[in-house]
Design a binder for this molecule. Sequence first.
Ligand code: FAD
Length: 385
Amino acid sequence: MNHVVVVGAGLAGVRTVEALRGRGFTGRITLIGQERHRPYDRPPLSKAVLKGEADTSFVDTDLDALGVEFWPGVAAKSLRAGVVETTEGEVAYDGLVIATGADPIRLPGDGPQHVLRTLDDAHELRAMLVPGARVAVIGAGWIGAEVATAARRAGCEVTVVESASAPLSTAVGAELGGRTLPWYDGIDLRLRTMVDSVDEGGVRLVGGEFVEAHVVVTGIGVRPAVEWLADADIDLHNGVVTDEHLRTSLPGVVAVGDCAAWWSRRWQARLRVEHWDTALNAPDVAAATLLGEEAVYDPVPYFWSEQFGHMLQYAGHHPAGDRLVYRGEPEGKWSAVWLAGDGTLAAVLAVDRPRDLVQGRRIIGAGSRLDAERLVDPQVPLRDC
Ligand code: FAD
């Protein structure tokens, strides 16, 4: 293989470049990214960058030392076998890495609407979070909760509009999400409320009520950024479909990160996981596969969120569990686990209890069974359950 083209210069793209070099690939590598920035991490955007504690979050990597041709500000437009068409012309490849991530979903309406996906988004939004500003956050998921945290801290008047009956419902279910309700003290939280449109000066709710806002932030989820592949002869279904080696349906093409829907041996399901840990670790498998080596991506997915002064950590895949066990709340710290029918651990959610997360993730990886009676006692370490 002489020339590998990597489309998407986010974490997954740059880590794949590093993994290719780490595995001894000495051929040409071209890294194409539609943003004008060099690769950066996104988790700090809704945390340190939004709070004004950091200005950037660039990935610690040296593209020159890696011998990479980096094309910032260039977008891939389409793909046919062996050739990527970009906004700067065609580029031929022997191996291709699709790492184009995901794009935020926007709501209808002509009013100004912010999303938080890029460094530029974060800078723009940060400048608007000033004391007294009325901020409407649409969606009480991970991003919405973190934006609300930063806005409240900046002294804004915050309204959060959420269609479900509790925050974080889509991610962890209403029962656990409901446990974060006290954190919204001082925020006008509207649950079971749908937005009709984002208009000039605020948000029109279904039913007609108008919520006035100087700043509207939409955090209702993302879609895999695969529109540029619409006419390509490649399997797409909720992202780029891959096998457990991250191999796509096109020869010599792998996909990785937020845009990839990979087959998980562990869960016997196709997963598309929009988490930093996936973008960090899947690239080594993608690089190995591209170089013809045998590697399987089969992680226990991991995610964290920092909101309202709390650290939430999640590991596993709870749709594989059919029983939710809550582990109590000593000193406001709590965790919960999902057990599969055979007593094995499917997932763990830990709030300010990092030990439960670390032990739980290991237990999930090992496939061990747990005793539900012991689990409910938060004083008993997970590893002893
Ligand atoms: P991306 O980071 O999206 O990178 C893809 C890149 O490809 C982008 O730069 C994009 O512009 C580019 N691209 C897209 N289309 C094209 C094209 N056609 N041509 C060229 N380039 C293209 N995860 C956690 O686990 N914990 C957290 O606390 C957390 N916080 C987050 C906070 C924010 C604000 C955001 C946005 C995400 C957060 N995440 C978090 C998720 C995590 O950042 C993502 O899972 C990770 O960034 C995915 O990396 P990626 O490289 O697959 O995609």
